[in-house]
Design a protein around this ligand. Structure first.
Ligand code: NI
Length: 215
């Protein structure tokens, strides 16, 4: 398997809607396993295919307390209940984090890597991650759920220099684009404009001090 390049904002592919997978063949599985390797290499909790330049509805999730990564194909969130404020980051918006409102818990269904249908009730990190990754498949980023992009928090790394100011500009530009975009409205499965969910504590976030919680 291989580690693939993770696209960064404002790459247009991050704003496109991924297509349903028709058949779980070798190329789909290769993509999924590459995504697992890529996510683990970046210390991420989740990754959507858009982020590695593939517009297929494939997501992978690695929960911090689990050894095996989860592969979900054509995931659909079928129920969202409650609200909670959570901190999020994204491997495609490196160096930043922010607070968004996510569901307290969800139900979702998907195909796993063996093409078996799974239906699960998810809470905590899995719920947040699934909402975040399904958003990616619909061209939505967590920053779209923020009240203002000015509230993006720059992640300070202990062993690396801080992101360049250009990154902040890019993040704000991306927000503007999101506000003007119509991606969410084009989403048939979306029950409302902000159908998605979360993100995950990714590498950058995990290296930061105390305030960062995965849930
Ligand atoms: Ni993300």
């Amino acid at each position: 398997m291989a580690i693939r390049e993770i696209l960064q904002i404002p790459h247009p592919m991050l704003r496109q809607r991924a297509k349903r997978v028709r058949a779980i063949n070798d190329s789909v599985l290769r993509l999924a396993y590459d995504m697992v390797d890529t996510m683990r290499d970046a210390n991420g909790v989740g990754l959507a295919a858009n982020q590695v330049s593939e517009l297929w509805r494939v997501v992978v999730i690695q929960l911090p307390d689990e050894d095996d990564a989860r592969i979900y194909i054509n995931p659909e969130i079928t129920l969202r209940e409650g609200e909670r404020r959570v901190e999020e980051g994204c491997l495609s918006i490196a160096g930043y984090k922010g607070f968004v409102t996510r569901s307290a818990w969800i139900r979702f269904r998907a195909l796993d890597h063996t093409a078996k249908t799974v239906k699960l009730r998810a809470e905590d990190t899995l719920s947040q991650a699934m909402e975040h990754e399904v958003d990616h498949l619909n061209g939505i980023l967590y920053t779209d759920h923020m009240e203002a992009h000015e509230k993006l928090i720059k992640v300070v790394e202990e062993d690396e220099s801080a992101p360049e100011p250009d990154d902040a500009d890019a993040a704000q530009d991306d927000d503007t684009a999101a506000t003007n975009g119509t991606d969410a409205d084009d989403t048939p499965q979306a029950s409302h404009a902000s159908e998605s969910g979360l993100w995950l504590p990714e590498q950058d976030s995990r290296n930061t001090p105390a305030t960062l919680k995965l849930k």
